[in-house]
Design a protein. Sequence first.
Length: 377
Amino acid sequence: MVALRARTVEISGIRRMFEAAPPNAVNLGLGEPDFDPPPEVIEAIAGAVRNGMNHYGPSAGLAALRDKVAERYADRDPKTNRENVIVTGSGSEGLMAVAMTLYNPSDEVLVPNPGFVLYGPHARLMGATPVPYALDEHRGFLPDLDAVERLVSRRTRAIVVNSPSNPTGGVFPSKLVDDLCRLAERHDLTIVSDEVYDEIVYDRPFASFWGRTDRVVIVNSFSKNLAMTGWHIGYLVAPRPLALELNKMHYHIMACPPTPAQIGALAGLTESGRTVRAMREEFRARRDLIVRRLRRIPGVEVVSPGGAFYVFPRFRWGTTASELALALLRRGVITTPGDAFGSLGADHLRLSFATSRAQLEKGLGILADYAREAVRA
Ligand SMILES: Cc1ncc(COP(=O)(O)O)c(C=O)c1O
């Protein structure tokens, strides 16, 4: 029989949706960029593989990559250096290492609702209790900090934040980031800031939690920013004492991150940013298209996402998210039911715009046709 902890979690609802999809369906369910990594990344990985870099490396990652990541954060805190950086086998592994390092059984962990699918289960796997805090749709899916503070108890250990957000696309303004740091300091909490979409913002500059408090660990990844999901490489940035502890857990999860992927990530951080800028501009055009089209459909309310590549519309059609997602799936559009991200997603779908404009137009056409039937019924 499996351990009790295995029964506290399930495979994410997102994966289940894909498995039920008909062939040739329009896929608005994708959680990854539909772009190739920058050519520099591809060349660097190919070169690494050809030149014998197919072996274990240091547990915390290659020194050159840790230096380069530290440089990226030095404008937020000039003291940032290699010792603050642990290279992980993806953001997902980073989140697990953080949970293992920080959460004790019977701790409470504040997690966003709606929020990314790993935060709650990771807390439960450690024997801790996830306590959802609301992202308020009327505030552009931002949290009300007074409401968050009311959820803090003597057992609260950490708060997980995610800006830009999956699934809402919400982006925290700089003042909110500062206010949250003060809240964490008042209550002795650690902020776990998942910043994997930090390069994908449209309307305002990205505000990182790094450099504003020492009660923070940054989770980041090359998956989205460099479109290298298949290489599954990421990193953590933390104050030195915490970084040492994180590295221990990371070592016990995977010993060391894969070497060729690190060489690729390093090349990606070194390149001019041209490819990433082009990807962002294409996402922005698609964001504008999808928001415009959704706003024309009766009974749909949509907050324009300021970042990431998701929109999280509310449907006032009297169906649950799962019923709606299933009805659309039968008509040939894959979406993700909002309740996969928490109770506040019950009337929502997550639509990803990580697909071509032609596919988006087609998918939105099917959605609009379905809306006409749903409104008539
Ligand atoms: C908010 C968020 N965090 C972390 C991840 C994990 O990304 P990866 O494990 O590919 O680095 C994802 C992936 O969808 C995500 O959306």
